[in-house]
Design a protein. Structure first.
Length: 492
């Protein structure tokens, strides 16, 4: 009788097109977006595309539970831990599926790393074991691979190759698939996801599924227990006959109503020409997250999934290349040398300047780097960016009259940077809150100390504090100091 129960259980999986270990667990966001989950930004990545882990900055600990179609026999629980170690993000995931009758367990270890800021690779190794009551147990190892490419912060693509090692357990070859996903953000609150999954069943590899042969009497008993010849035919089609390559389509959306509350929705077109629908919500805040998903299968009914997690909400990464423009605050020397007119040595100087002085607030700040002048900046302006964090900031300075410099009245500034290591008193008085006395203090400090080593040194000058410095920092640079500008008496 238990053998018959196992077959009935297998038929339910067959209706979904599942084979052993094809359901590897999921968090609510994965399910609620219709399974369009190859490019999700968050801890959900460990289930579907390990490459997305490379863009997680925070530590995550998550617990998930569900019962497929409300059946205790199809209970699923999982727990995962994700953390960045240096240049690599790693995760451990534990998954249990089934019950005393049929139970699957998985231990998954995933890792991901960036190749530049726009591309990442990931892997997931899996130890999988199955126990079937009164029949036996088996185990195997498998490997998933993934990759992701950010075109910009609004558009990115992902790919996942599941069970690339072609594992088999017992006499059954496990399902494989190749998935391609895309995420698009038409505006800040809305994310749209789409996946295409090409499934590669065992028959495509010239193998067959099956739990073994049955006598006519056993088959008759199975048919009676199932009570639906169509379902039994589906079992035969999925488990006892060869199948061809087939595809599935997944579509989902995520709408952030606030920073702390999001709604999910999705639809999935299965290879069996059925649609399933899903929806859910997520609540974030205080370093915690609670989420829920409802997925409805047209024949088998509803599945409810709940998750609780610890860890701050992730944000989209800053990229070194955005729409073909190189981010001078993130690009490495090799990427910077691809800018027209910027050689390898100049690229290294840009990286070194960035390490010492912090990020560039505007494109014109490149003039602070040795051997980069106004003409070079104008030539490469269309090829570079300082990133979205600084791109929208307005550069401001007061009017050029000395009387206006003592007020808070400001106008936009787009002129060349003032070199505090060579400027005279009149030029220095063009800076905000710099009058005759403060300009004299700047010249005196420069002469006594052999020039300014960087622009932050100007805060050592009397009457120039952090607030005054912030008002002028985007207008100044600290070039090489020549004592001749101070009558050859610079330094101590």
């Amino acid at each position: 009788m238990k053998k018959i129960i196992i077959v009935v259980f297998s038929i339910i999986l067959a209706i979904n097109g599942w084979t052993a270990f094809e359901f590897e667990g999921n968090m609510p966001l994965n399910l609620a977006t219709g399974g369009a989950n190859l490019v999700l930004m968050g801890p959900e990545a460990i289930y579907n595309n390990p490459a997305m882990l490379a863009y997680l900055e925070n530590v995550h600990l998550n617990f998930t539970t569900s019962r497929l179609y409300g059946m205790d026999e199809l209970a699923n629980t999982s727990a995962n831990y994700i953390k960045r170690f240096g240049s690599m993000t790693m995760g451990l995931n534990l998954v249990k599926f089934g019950s005393w009758l049929y139970a699957e367990q998985q231990i998954q270890f995933a890792g991901a790393f960036n190749v530049g800021s726009n591309f990442a690779l990931g892997f997931k190794g899996k130890y999988m074991s199955v126990v079937i009551d009164e029949i036996g147990s088996a185990s195997t190892l498998a490997l998933d691979m993934g990759m992701v490419l950010f075109v910009n912060n609004d558009l990115y693509f992902g790919a996942r190759f599941r069970n690339v090692s072609a594992p088999y357990i017992g006499q059954e070859y496990m399902a494989r698939d190749v998935g391609i996903g895309v995420s698009y953000t038409p505006f800040t609150q809305l994310n749209i996801y789409f996946n295409l999954i090409a499934n590669i069943p065992a028959s495509f590899l010239k193998h067959t599924y099956g739990l073994g042969s049955y006598t006519d009497a056993e088959e008759a008993e199975i048919e009676e227990a199932v009570g639906d010849f169509a379902d039994y035919d589906a079992y035969l089609e999925n488990f006892a006959a060869k199948r061809d390559l087939y595809s599935e389509y997944h579509f989902g959306i995520k709408y952030d109503m606030t920073d702390n509350f999001a709604l999910f929705g999705g639809i999935e077109y299965l290879h069996s020409e059925r649609f399933s629908y899903s929806a859910g919500l997520g609540i974030y805040g205080g370093g915690m997250a609670v989420s829920y998903a409802l997925k409805v299968h047209p024949e088998l009914g509803a599945t409810h999934t709940f998750a609780f997690g610890l860890g701050n909400k992730e944000s989209k990464p800053e990229l070194s290349v955005i729409n073909g423009r190189i981010n001078i605050n993130l690009a490495n020397a090799e990427e910077l040398s691809a800018i027209p007119g910027i050689g390898s040595k100049t690229a290294e100087r840009i990286v070194e300047y960035r390490k010492v002085n912090g990020p560039f607030r505007r494109v014109e700040d490149l003039q602070n780097v040795s051997r980069i002048g106004v003409k070079t900046v104008e030539k490469i302006r269309s090829h570079i960016t300082v990133g979205s964090k600084y791109e929208s900031s307005t550069q401001i300075v007061p009017s050029r009259s000395s009387s206006a410099t003592s007020t808070s009245s400001k106008t936009s500034y787009s002129g060349p940077l003032i070199d505090i290591n060579s400027a005279d008193s009149a030029e220095l008085q063009k800076l905000p809150r710099v009058g005759v006395k403060t300009a004299a203090n700047i010249l005196s400090y420069r002469k006594q100390n052999g020039g300014f080593k960087n622009i932050e040194d100007i805060m050592n000058v009397p009457r120039i504090g952090p607030k005054t410095f912030e008002n002028m920092r985007n207008m100044i640079k600290a070039g090489e100091y020549d004592p001749a500008v101070d009558n050859g008496q610079g330094g101590e």
